[in-house]
Each structure stands twice: as C-alpha cells, then as structure tokens.
Write a protein that binds this ligand. Structure first.
Ligand code: NAP
Length: 275
C-alpha cells in the first residue's frame, strides 16, 4: 500500500512527454493514488510530428492503469467553466470523490517585454495561469469538504517570488497564484483542505526550452549562451527535471505534509528569485 492509496488526484496540463504534469501524474500513482490526467486539446497538439495530445493522454492513463492505480484521461481546457465542471463530474462518477488537485496547466503565452504586452496577451496569460486554477479550486473544494479534507497544489514558479526581465504577464499571474493558494489555505484549513504553491525554477521541459529559444532570438545570442547565462545564476548550475518537481508535489499531497499549508515551496536548485 502506498501513502496515497485510496486517494484520487486530478492533474491538469498532463500530456506533454517532457512535462511536469506527466511526471506528477506518474509520481502520485506510484504512491497509490488514482489519477485523472487532463489537458487541453490545443493548437500545439502535434509539434514535431508527435502524436496528438489526446492520444498522449490516453497512453498515459493506460500506462498508469497497468500498475495498482487506476487512471482516466479527460480533455480539459482550464479556462472553460463547462470543461471544469465536466471534469469534476467525471472524476466523482468514476472514483467517488476528489482528494488532490494539482493545478499544473500553465502557459508563457503573452509574456514578453513589458511595454510590448497588449491587454489581450495579458488577459490570455491571466486566463490560463490564474483564472483556470481558481475555477478548478472552486469546483473541487465542495467535494473535498464532503470528504473531510483535501490537498490543492498550485504549480507556481520562481516567478511567483521574484521577477526576471521579459516575463511580465507570467510573473504577475504566478504571483497571483501564490496569493490564491494562501487564500484557500486561510479560508479552508478549517475544512481540512491544505493548499500550497510549488515554485519550480528552470526545469528541462518544452516550456523552458521555448523560453530559452525566445531569449536567444531576442538577444541575438546562441541558445547555448543563453542557457549558460541563466544556469550560471543557479547554485546547482543546471536545469532541474520534471520529476524533481513531482517529488515536491508528492510530499505536499501526502501524510508527511499534514501540517503544511499556505507555503511557497521552491524547487529551483538555488536559483535567486530576482527582484
Ligand atoms: P508544458 O510542458 O508546456 O506543460 C504545460 C501543459 O499545460 C501543456 O500541455 C499545455 O498545453 C497545457 N495547457 C496550456 N493551456 C492550457 C489550458 N488552457 N488548459 C489546460 N491545459 C493547458 O510546461 P511545463 O514546463 O511542464 O509547465 C508545467 C507548469 O510548471 C506550468 O504551470 C509552468 O508555468 C510551471 N513552471 C515551469 C517551469 C519550467 O522551467 N519548465 C518553471 C516554472 C514554472 P499546450 O502545450 O497545448 O499549451
């Protein structure tokens, strides 16, 4: 028996092969949780000839279900209230309740040089990085209350704690996400619902690679030079792995974190948080 046996977790944004969401789903399943893996069936569905995202999600659910845990795949755009409600209804119908929510879906879309950022880009970043997690939390909290408690883990960023130039909208929303976590922690601790923000630094995923590529283009520098500059600021001198973040999520979801709520938990190899 694992520490999460008998628990059910929803993980958003879980399809990407090198993503934090996928690693988290696998990690929580390893601890015994049943998993609802979800993702948007977005325009970036098949980059580089990869299988469409929903196939990746189905394969992930099938892979997890080969072990002691069960898993289902649900298409979910976290910015759409109807999708959010549908996902919660499917989870309750399949597993009887919801114990853990990992708000992992996030996007760098709309983040760039501050003076060039349009209101539309700002709103796009808000929808994915802040409105989505808020709607997901509102939808699961009644179920967690019925169960006598639960865990909500929001995947923030070191951008929840400080700022690096060139990521204005993202940084603002990730700061907001840390505030959302603290609000939930303060308001629903009485119901046994714990809520924390995991703050990854540079983690080797497609999103991180895209950010490095954008900075390389903007500064007219080779990609390796951008990576060297960014990693030079990290105490451990390299990017982390998705599983490093997943391990922190598993801790916060499990019994060892029974008295931990409202915190920001950096998984950043000692990256300074900027200003
Ligand atoms: P990723 O591989 O791009 O995974 C994010 C997933 O969220 C993607 O599958 C993405 O789909 C999905 N998504 C985007 N918009 C969505 C929506 N409206 N509804 C549902 N899903 C949506 O990135 P990652 O690096 O694993 O990031 C996971 C989380 O960690 C994010 O919250 C990110 O901000 C945070 N984080 C990452 C790093 C890092 O260095 N990698 C650092 C700090 C924080 P599309 O690909 O179709 O957009």
């Amino acid at each position: 028996m694992g520490t999460l046996t008998g628990k059910t977790a929803i993980v958003t944004g879980a399809s990407a092969l090198r993503g934090i969401g996928r690693a988290t789903a696998i990690r929580l399943a390893r601890d015994g949780a049943d998993i609802v893996v979800t993702d948007i069936d977005g325009a970036s569905a098949s980059p580089d000839g990869l299988p469409a995202k929903m196939s990746l999600l189905d394969e992930l659910a099938a892979e997890i279900s080969q072990g002691p845990s069960r898993a289902i795949a649900v298409r979910l755009d976290v910015t759409r209230q109807a999708d959010v409600q549908d996902c919660v209804a499917k989870t309750v119908s399949e597993f009887g309740g919801i114990d853990i929510l990992v708000n992992n879906a996030g996007s760098l879309a709309g983040s760039q040089n501050f003076l060039s950022t349009t209101p539309e880009q700002w709103e796009c970043s808000f929808d994915v990085n802040l409105l989505g997690p808020m709607m997901m939390a509102q939808a699961v909290i009644p179920e967690m209350r019925k169960a006598g408690g639960g865990r909500i883990i929001n995947i923030g960023s070191t951008g929840s704690l400080g700022a690096e130039p060139g990521f204005g909208a993202y940084t603002a929303m990730k700061h907001g996400l840390a505030g959302l976590s603290k609000t939930i922690a303060a308001e629903f601790g009485v119901d046994g619902i714990l809520c924390n923000t995991v703050c990854p630094g540079y983690i080797a995923t497609d999103m991180h690679l895209a950010a490095n590529q954008r900075l390389a283009a903007e500064h007219n520098l080779p990609l390796d030079e951008i990576k060297a500059q960014r990693y030079a600021a990290v105490a451990l001198r390299d990017a982390g792995l998705p599983m490093d973040v997943a391990n922190a999520v598993a801790y916060l979801a499990g019994p060892q974190a029974n008295y931990v709520t409202g915190i920001n938990f950096p998984v950043a190899g000692g990256v300074p948080f900027g200003i």
